[in-house]
Design a protein around this ligand. Structure first.
Ligand SMILES: Nc1nc2c(c(=O)[nH]1)N[C@H]1C(S)=C(S)[C@@H](COP(=O)(O)OP(=O)(O)OC[C@H]3O[C@@H](n4cnc5c(=O)[nH]c(N)nc54)[C@H](O)[C@@H]3O)O[C@H]1N2
Ligand SMILES: Nc1nc2c(c(=O)[nH]1)N[C@H]1C(S)=C(S)[C@@H](COP(=O)(O)OP(=O)(O)OC[C@H]3O[C@@H](n4cnc5c(=O)[nH]c(N)nc54)[C@H](O)[C@@H]3O)O[C@H]1N2
Ligand code: SF4
Ligand SMILES: [Mo]
Length: 742
């Protein structure tokens, strides 16, 4: 393609709000060419006023995306035989032949389950669709999983258990109509900023129109805007939700008609909740009973309750149960499928939603189908024109199970694409040891020198967003067409094209011959026909012409149709169309605090950084905003553990230790400490937080508890330099850690 010279519209490639961007080419008639820090002509971004999800708004990450696109990229395929050697350039043809040979020999010697791919919510839907078709259809293993396993899988499992299917029922407009916004385990001020601004604007204009409740162990910027902040103990949310239900029932606030007509298992739910009396809940969660009662009153009396959640809920070993606890409250009060109300998961990545639709987890097939369902497998085998029985009936390895399989020496080929697991997976030392056992690790990456590249044998340069056409679905089920408007960097190629080429080389010529991403999308949309996530009426052409559309969007739909909310008829996706109450008992944390590790470390995000910093780490404005990771600790804990504001502390868990600078703050509850996730081992300010975290996960969603592990904090003996000069010194300083308490 040639570089576009006029402005174009696309979806922001960062968070799941999925804002519309209006992108301007480097040079406009008569104006100077804009350049990035390396002097490369640079596109600039502003909010797209016509995008219905964001109405012209953007945050600082979206606004600076143009600065990240060309810098520090991976130029060409690189290869080496062992991790001790340096990489050598290799042609695409040789690289693809190497992968094909490995697949064929593994198929012969160990079978299809010795091959696995780990993809990403930052794929376009087209990349996702071809990736899982390659693994599940051509290779014959369901070992395709994505980083959504670390992110949204508890929401997926929770919706499915309660409502019969995945699919967030709400839309952003509900933020303008709700009278109670109940935010639990979500820091939208930093992580979904455009939605936060929308809510805040309304609150400022009509302070009495909406009450905001925030449940978070930290007083985040989100919590600062709340009418009530419940600073719960980490891992106590399910008891809190049961406690709210208990009080609503005690006051006769349940919607009996809705419960009778539209739900099952209310009696068992009643039995579980009956035990969670207000005093017991207040003690368990570490909050004042009065506050709990106030929140229950709001749930009872407010007409339109909107619950919003993200990682504080999903990343828990009882994540699915907590999601069930949230949905329970909406079933109890009949608050679902109506304007301004419902349970609404905020998706993390820009296209994790599209991934779920395209079969992008190891238990899924396209169109919200399941690999364990024989009818679903037959339908997909028919579409793909592959022999009956080719798709395995067993769920494939999830993200962490892929690591365990490498540990046992069972994987021959691990293909990582559009994710950086050597930063983002739990228990990193274990991950490193496991990956070293895998004979062939392929990493498809847009940028050079990511942490995961250090563990690769083969590096494939990926054309990224802006360089390839595709679609993405945001948190409110809205699909946006993202056109290619820049030349792919050097030898980089779109991920889907690479996956399709492997499919053809494996002998599936007809199944993987596509002229364009539009053709891939057409095949995908057709298989969603009559499914809940029906997008069979969409195409690249329609989206480019009519703009972003929400699903369901069946064939012959009109772009002006109303797909704002699911379940408006109060019929659900279960076999008897009734929603199910969940009856789980709270379990608490997998690794509770103890005498040796008396504090709970929680990990989250900063407003100006994105995950492992491969993109946002290249923007000066953003790195200036957050020069280094800071350990947040309550003054009384700082005192007890003898660490001081501005100095370095050693943080240790059962799995490892690291150092970080201390920020003493009353904005975190006692016995909880916080670190950001962003700084991997290649960063000057390296802080490998996930070396401390454990892998214990929810048995239903298989999502690891990335939000909590037990740690101890101790001072570090060293000369403290000002932050700017510190740089790589942090690493040297590690050796000086005094692990014991003063
Ligand atoms: N700036 C920025 N924005 C992002 C991202 C980014 O990297 N940077 N990433 C995107 C992605 S993929 C995701 S998944 C989302 C994540 O979005 P969020 O989930 O909002 O972000 P986190 O900071 O991971 O965690 C949210 C909050 O959970 C709280 N928490 C910890 N433990 C508990 C608990 O036991 N109970 C409760 N109730 N709360 C708890 C933490 O204190 C934290 O404030 O953000 C998206 N947006
Ligand atoms: N302790 C703890 N751990 C966490 C979390 C937490 O809250 N706490 N959050 C978890 C969550 S929710 C998430 S989503 C993960 C995120 O963790 P990751 O997915 O590991 O983080 P990213 O930095 O977004 O990685 C995406 C990679 O894809 C590359 N890339 C960008 N575009 C393309 C493309 O088009 N093609 C290819 N092939 N590559 C591309 C980027 O350069 C980058 O290296 O972290 C998880 N880990
Ligand atoms: S809120 Fe999310 S989608 Fe919107 S501009 Fe910011 S990062 Fe992009
Ligand atoms: Mo995420």
């Amino acid at each position: 393609m040639t570089e576009q010279t006029s402005s174009i519209r696309s979806q922001c490639p960062y968070c799941g709000v999925g804002c519309g961007l209006d992108l301007q080419p480097p040079a406009k008639k008569g104006a100077a060419v804009r350049r990035d820090a390396e002097g490369t002509p640079m596109w600039s971004a502003r909010g797209d006023k016509l995008h219905p999800s964001s109405l012209g708004q953007v945050c600082i990450k979206g606004a600076t995306v143009g600065e990240t696109l060309a810098r520090g990229r991976l130029d060409q395929p690189l290869s080496r035989n062992s991790l001790n050697e340096n990489f050598e350039p290799i042609s695409w043809d040789e690289a693809l032949e190497r992968i094909t040979d490995q697949i064929q020999s593994s198929l012969k010697s160990k079978g299809p389950d010795s091959i696995a791919m780990y993809g990403s919510g930052q794929f376009h839907t087209e990349d996702y669709y071809i990736a899982q078709k390659l693994l599940k259809g051509a290779i014959g293993t369901n070992n395709f999983d994505a980083n959504s396993r670390l992110c949204m899988s508890s929401a997926v499992a929770g919706y499915t258990r309660s409502l019969g299917s995945d699919g967030p029922p709400c839309c952003y407009e509900d933020l303008d109509h709700c009278t109670l916004a109940f935010l639990i385990g979500s820091n939208i001020a930093e992580c979904h900023p455009v939605l936060f601004q929308r809510l805040l604007k309304r609150k400022k204009k009509h302070p009495n129109s909406v009450t905001i409740v925030v449940v978070d162990p930290r007083q985040t910027d989100t919590a600062k805007a709340a009418d009530i902040h419940l600073a719960v103990a980490p891992g106590s949310d399910l008891a809190l939700l049961h406690g709210i239900a208990h009080l609503v029932m005690r006051d006769n606030g349940q919607d009996s008609e809705f419960i009778d007509n539209c739900t099952d298992k209310y009696d068992s739910f009643f039995d579980v909740v009956a035990r969670w009396t207000p005093r017991r809940v207040a003690l368990y969660c570490g909050i004042p009973e009065k506050r709990l009662r106030e929140v229950a009153q709001l749930f009872h009396h407010r007409e339109r309750v909107l619950s919003l959640w993200s990682m504080g809920v999903n990343q828990r070993r009882e994540g699915t149960a907590v999601v069930g606890g949230i949905i329970n409250l909406h079933l109890l009060t009949g608050q679902i499928g109506r304007e301004g109300s419902g349970p609404f998961s905020l998706t993390g990545q820009p296209n994790a939603m599209g991934g779920r639709e395209a079969g992008g987890l190891s238990h899924l097939l396209p169109g919200y189908r399941q690999v364990t369902n024989a009818e679903h497998r037959t339908q997909i085998e028919h579409t793909w024109d592959i022999p009956k029985g080719n798709i395995s009936p067993n769920p494939g390895l999830t993200a962490w199970e892929q690591v365990e399989a490498m540990e046992r020496g069972e994987l021959d080929l691990w293909w990582v694409a559009a994710t950086n697991p050597l930063v983002s997976m739990p228990d990193l030392e274990r991950v490193k040891a496991a990956v070293k056992r895998c004979p062939m690790v392929v990493v498809s990456e847009a940028y050079a020198d990511t942490e995961t590249s250090h563990y690769a044998h083969l590096l494939l340069p990926a054309a990224q967003w802006s360089e390839k056409a595709g679609t993405m679905t945001n948190s409110e089920r809205r699909v946006t067409y993202c056109p290619a408007f820049r030349q792919p960097h050097r030898e980089s190629r779109p991920d889907w094209q690479v996956f399709a080429e492997i499919g053809r080389r494996l002998g599936f010529e007809a199944q993987f011959s596509y002229e364009s991403a539009a053709e891939v999308y057409a095949e995908f949309t057709a298989v969603t026909d009559k499914q809940l996530c029906d997008v069979s009426g969409l195409s690249h052409q329609l989206l480019a012409r009519e703009g972003p559309q929400q699903w369901p969007f069946p064939q012959k739909s009109s772009p002006s149709q109303d797909s704002k909310r699911l379940y408006t008829n109060q019929r659900f996706q279960t076999a008897n169309q009734r929603a199910q109450f969940c009856t789980d008992q709270p379990l608490g944390l997998a690794e509770p605090p103890c005498e040796t590790y008396p504090l709970i470390l929680t990990i989250g995000r900063y407003l100006g950084q994105w995950h492992t910093m491969t993109r946002t780490g290249k923007v000066k404005r953003l790195t200036t905003m957050h020069p280094e990771p800071l350990l947040e600790i309550h003054p009384k804990d700082a005192d007890q553990f003898a660490v001081k504001h501005g100095e370095l502390a050693a943080i240790s868990s059962r799995r490892g230790q690291l150092t970080a600078r201390v920020k003493v703050t009353e904005k975190i509850r006692r016995s909880t400490v916080f670190l950001p996730m962003h700084w991997g081992f290649t960063q000057a300010q390296a802080c490998e937080v996930n070396a401390l975290m454990h892998e214990q996960s929810c048995p239903i969603s298989k999502q690891p508890e990335l939000k909590a592990s037990a740690v101890i904090v101790a001072p570090v003996m060293s000369v403290i330099k000002p932050i700017e000069q510190e740089g790589k010194r942090l690493q040297a300083v590690r050796r000086l850690i005094i692990p014991a308490l003063r």
